[in-house]
Write a protein that binds this ligand. Structure first.
Ligand code: FAD
Length: 473
């Protein structure tokens, strides 16, 4: 068995002693997840600074038969970046590789290293009068390699797509230490299999992403955000259709949040207040934008919302025309995870169904959860424009006191939420991935041939099974 000190010595000779940690107190933040749901042990946490150093670490781990867990900002919500409890794994954290290598304005693309934090990338794009449209609550901590490896979504998917749609090229270190250079900024390339797509959403099971070429977009010059109250999810779906008919692809985000969820945000974030009384069961947060300076988003909103009022789709509506007001509305959405953490034991699911099935899904799931799970607050929040809803059950700490009681409650919630999604032709994981959380469920809900193809693909890249073992399949 490899001792931590043996490994640390060999790793330090390759990347420098400063970048190899074995002391459990120092490695702890990297061994547990953001929500505090998963914690593991590690032989060492290493911080390579270049693709060659990543390759050297992978070769060293392969020689010694050690499992490897790739990690970026460690904001993942399914335990994908957390090692198992046996203490054999080497955690390879790519955060030091955070350079922006090249910005090609004419090609509307940027080449960026895996450890670059999303907020820094967005600021860089902004300084070049461009937009990198990926936006999620973890924007200040999540990194490009993690975003690629989870095929992250967020609030801009409706207009710009998820990470898969934003990646033009990748650089990946394979498990055997070879560096695959797919860093091309092409929008068209039909020369054989599109290999980069395999690594997107692979959750660190096929290799370690070290850099990516990503799409940039013209920066929106005019925008407005509205918050509207809705009597039902059915009305929300009709409102989305109405907006799309009138405003087309200028809709940047269309998010749905339940009243129960907004009340929790207000309770734990005293600085945040809904701009309207919380009187209806659902609220939509809608952002529209364009890069044509002469387009008037307030007028577009006014006309669309008037039509929605006439059709009795909406109750109240507030349109924020300046950035500060819009940010206050979006803060309600982006502080959901943090508020729920304080409210109780949170079971947040990440399912998707066809948008047309959302009303039936919410109704069935809410009824079943209320019936089957005692002392739980049921909330809904999510990217409605993509059919992706987070069904959230928050268990009261007074009733669910032990980890076992919480896990038993979570099992009931998850079974209901997933069964109903699959019945409606949906997915058990729309954007967070499989990680540790859903490993068993994937087998249950995916057809056997899907599982077999995934296993064969994985074995082709990683015949010894050293990459992120125990995750996905
Ligand atoms: P990590 O958590 O470090 O890793 C995630 C997975 O990717 C792991 O399996 C890991 O092994 C692998 N990995 C990481 N880096 C690499 C690499 N360089 N090469 C190969 N594999 C790698 N997600 C959404 O999709 N949409 C949301 O709206 C959203 N909102 C969130 C809000 C909050 C408040 C939080 C805390 C999280 C949210 N997330 C959301 C989840 C999370 O931020 C994303 O999954 C993000 O993409 C993870 O990036 P990371 O750098 O933190 O990756």
């Amino acid at each position: 068995m490899t001792e931590p000190s043996d490994f640390a010595e060999a790793a330090a000779a390759l990347i420098g002693p400063k970048y190899v940690r074995t002391d459990p107190a120092e490695t702890e933040p990297f061994r547990k997840d953001w929500r505090g749901r998963y914690a593991g042990e590690a032989l060492a946490v290493v911080f390579p600074g270049t693709p060659d150093e990543v390759a050297a670490m992978l070769r060293l781990c392969a020689e010694r038969g050690l499992p490897v867990v790739p990690q970026g900002g460690n904001t993942g919500l399914v335990g994908g970046a957390i090692p198992s409890k046996d203490g054999r794994a080497v955690l390879i954290n790519v955060s030091r590789m955070d350079r922006i290598r090249e910005t090609d304005i004419a090609n509307n693309s940027v080449t960026v290293e895996a450890g670059c934090i999303l907020a820094n990338l967005r600021e860089h794009a902004d300084r070049h009068d461009r937009l990198f449209p990926m936006l999620l609550g973890s924007v200040g901590s999540c990194e490009v390699g993690g975003l690629v490896s989870t095929n992250a979504g967020g609030t801009g998917v409706l207009r710009y797509g998820n990470m898969r749609d934003l990646v033009l090229g990748l650089e990946v270190v394979l498990p055997d230490g070879r560096i695959w250079n797919g860093l091309r900024g092409l929008r068209k390339d039909n020369s054989g299999y599109d290999l980069k797509q395999l690594f997107i959403g692979a959750e660190g099971t096929l290799g370690i992403v070290t850099a990516a070429v990503l799409k940039l977009f013209p920066k929106p010059l005019v925008s407005a955000t509205a918050m509207v109250s809705l009597g039902s999810v059915e009305k929300a779906v009709s409102l989305l259709e109405l907006m799309q008919n009138r405003i087309g692809n200028r809709i940047e985000a269309f998010e749905l949040v339940s009243k129960s969820q907004l009340e929790i945000v207000e309770r734990h974030m005293p600085a945040l207040r809904s701009p309207m009384p919380l009187a209806e069961p659902f609220y939509a947060l809608v952002e529209i934008a364009d890069n044509a300076a002469d387009w008037n988003p307030e007028e577009a909103f006014a006309a669309a919302l008037e039509a929605a009022l006439e059709q009795e789709l909406i109750g109240d509506a507030v349109v924020a025309t300046d950035i500060a007001k819009a940010e206050r509305i979006w803060a309600l959405r982006h502080n959901i995870s943090e508020s729920n953490k304080q409210e109780g034991f949170t079971i947040s699911n990440d399912t998707s169904v066809p948008i047309s099935q959302l009303p039936a899904y919410v109704e069935r799931v809410t009824e079943a959860l209320k019936r089957e799970v005692r002392d739980a607050t049921i909330c809904h929040a999510g990217h409605m424009g993509d059919g992706n809803l987070h069904v959230i059950a928050i268990l009261s700490r007074a009733t669910y006191r032990t980890p076992e009681e919480c896990e038993a409650g979570a099992a009931i919630v998850n079974a209901i939420v997933h069964e109903e999604a699959v019945k409606l032709n949906g997915s058990i994981s729309a954007e967070h991935g499989i990680g540790l959380m859903h490993v068993g469920r994937l087998k249950k809900y995916k057809p056997p041939l899907d599982i077999e193809l995934m296993q064969r693909l994985r074995a082709a890249f990683d015949p010894t099974g050293m990459m992120n073992p125990g995750k996905i399949v």
